[in-house]
Design a protein around this ligand. Structure first.
Ligand code: BG6
Length: 500
């Protein structure tokens, strides 16, 4: 496994700890070695000692000295510039030596944990020196991090560029959301149980809300975020993954293309808003100063590497409609933002209310909507809300929750979220990776929004306080439809308190 960008954050925070966890779970072959590449000058020994130190901070569990030693002995390093032709000749010969020493049998993966402008040039160079050629039964795979393009046009161009060197089956476009157990469980929950699928449609479901709320701000990533914004950063990838898994038809098997075909159909069925609709259905926000966890925090415009008059959004809420038989007229409300009141990612399915007729002559004013919530993180679980009679001689209904918590049932499995994805790449299972058409379909949803925003005047930013739930307009968006956002933080706190 060759990692481009071995001196970067992803390598130390996720990739090396994930490889260690895979070793711990006995899922790494003995015929395995890692070659890190970055500009920094380092010897193998220096790279190993750096990773050893970083593990003290980023390992997800206690590190077993013997298992770490096993991995450390397989870490190697090459310093070089990704644009330098000569570097790729050195890379090739280094890989061939490592291959011989570790009997890797010509099976190579290349992980591009590099800045996006290097994706196409690296692939081209790998092709030029023959490292992408699959022959004699060995495989060559390239893992590409996000962001994959910044709009439909650039994503198409990138697909064409890498597609001229690699076959689609060699390309693993990663979306780390799909490494989350709770995200993978959506398919099992929907299709591994008999009771949910019959009611999983427009006849019974009123609306779907997907929230990915973060407490953190842009931290040290101001420069990247200024060119991305919340919409590009979170929607075409992570949030649309959650939409497709929630909305897709049952695939005919778990074969990669069977699953991805169904996901792609949903992306194609999402109605792209016209500029007028975009103005009504999409809300953007930018955080001002405020308080989070009792601490004063700055406005986005005061963050490092952010322009003092930046019009980049740090929050977006939108209403999507999926134009197919299962979902016609069922709104999917999505929201995501930074410096919000809580860290919470969840999918809430709101069911239609039953007829009120029986309760007309009682004290009951309104029936609760049944609600099923898939808690993705940091709480991991599923809860169902239903109405129950409040004990007493007067008819009254209280809303109660039935809760399933992963930790309670299965214990905690320390993970970085990259283990499954790295392992799938090694065994050649691309189900949890994005195909070219999926990535493009995701951008096709987002492009008209970008366009409408560019044409309209920017809102008066900042328009929400750090530590709040985003701009008022996001609440108005649902209120106009007679609905309101799930109060995620309260519910999560209740769950935590309940679990003690
Ligand atoms: C990344 C985004 O892809 O996902 C970040 O670039 C965001 O801005 C992160 O914070 C969220 O992922 P997670 O797994 O921490 O919820």
């Amino acid at each position: 496994m060759t990692i481009f960008g071995a001196a970067g954050d992803l390598t130390k925070r996720k990739l090396i700890p994930a490889l260690y966890n895979l070793k711990h779970s006995k899922l790494l072959s003995d015929q395995f070695a890692v070659l890190g590449i970055a500009r920094a000058q380092m010897s193998d020994e220096e790279f190993r000692s750096r990773m050893r130190d970083d593990m003290k901070e980023f390992a997800t569990d206690e590190v077993d000295a013997q298992e770490w030693k096993w991995l450390e002995d397989r870490l190697f390093y090459l310093s070089g510039d990704f644009n330098d032709n000569a570097m790729y000749a050195r890379l090739k010969s280094r890989i061939e030596t490592l291959d011989k020493d570790h009997q890797a049998q010509g099976n190579y993966s290349f992980y591009l944990a590099a800045a996006p402008q290097f994706f196409a040039p690296i692939v081209e160079q790998l092709g030029r020196v023959g490292l992408t050629n699959e022959a004699d039964g060995h495989w060559r795979r390239v893992v590409i991090e996000k962001p994959f393009g910044r709009d439909l046009e650039s994503a198409r161009k990138l697909n064409q560029e890498i597609g001229s060197i690699l076959d689609e089956h060699q390309i693993y476009r990663i979306d780390h959301y799909l490494g989350k157990e709770t995200v993978q469980n959506i398919l099992v929950f929907r299709f591994g149980n008999g009771i949910f699928e019959p009611i999983w449609n427009r006849r019974y479901i009123d609306s779907v809300q997907i929230t990915a709320a973060e407490k953190v701000g842009v931290e040290q990533r101001g420069a990247y975020y200024e060119s991305a914004g919340a919409l590009r950063d979170m929607v075409p990838n992570h949030l649309l993954q959650l939409v497709t898994l929630t909305a897709m038809e049952p695939p005919i098997s778990f074969a990669p293309d069977a699953v991805r075909d169904e996901q792609a159909k949903i992306l194609h069925a999402i109605q792209c808003p016209s500029p007028d609709e975009a103005a009504q259905r999409i809300v953007r926000g930018q955080y001002g100063p405020g308080e989070i966890d009792g601490k004063k925090v700055p406005a986005y415009r005061e963050e490092p590497n952010v322009a003092p008059n930046s019009t980049v959004e740090t929050f977006v809420a939108l209403k999507l409609l999926i134009d197919n038989w299962r979902w016609a007229d069922v709104p999917f409300y999505l929201r995501t933002g930074k410096h919000l009141a809580a860290r919470d990612t969840e999918i809430a399915i709101e069911f239609k209310r039953p007829p009120f007729v029986l309760f007309r002559k009682t004290e009951v004013e309104e029936l609760t909507r049944n609600r099923l919530v898939l808690h993705i993180q940091p709480d991991e679980g599923i809860s169902v809300r239903f109405g129950a009679k409040v004990p007493g001689s007067i008819m009254n209904i209280g809303a109660v929750d039935m809760d399933f918590d992963y930790g309670d049932y299965f214990g905690d499995t320390p993970s970085t979220g990259y283990e499954r994805l790295l392992h799938d790449c090694m065994v050649g299972d691309a189900t949890l990776f994005q195909r070219a058409d999926q990535v493009e379909a995701g951008w096709a949803v987002v492009d008209p929004i970008q366009k409408a925003w560019k044409e309209g005047a920017p809102p008066d930013f900042p328009n929400y306080a750090s530590g709040s739930w985003g701009p008022q307009e996001a609440d108005d968006l649902l209120e106009r439809d007679g609905r309101e956002w799930e109060r995620t933080s309260d519910i999560s706190t209740e769950r935590r308190l309940h679990r003690g």
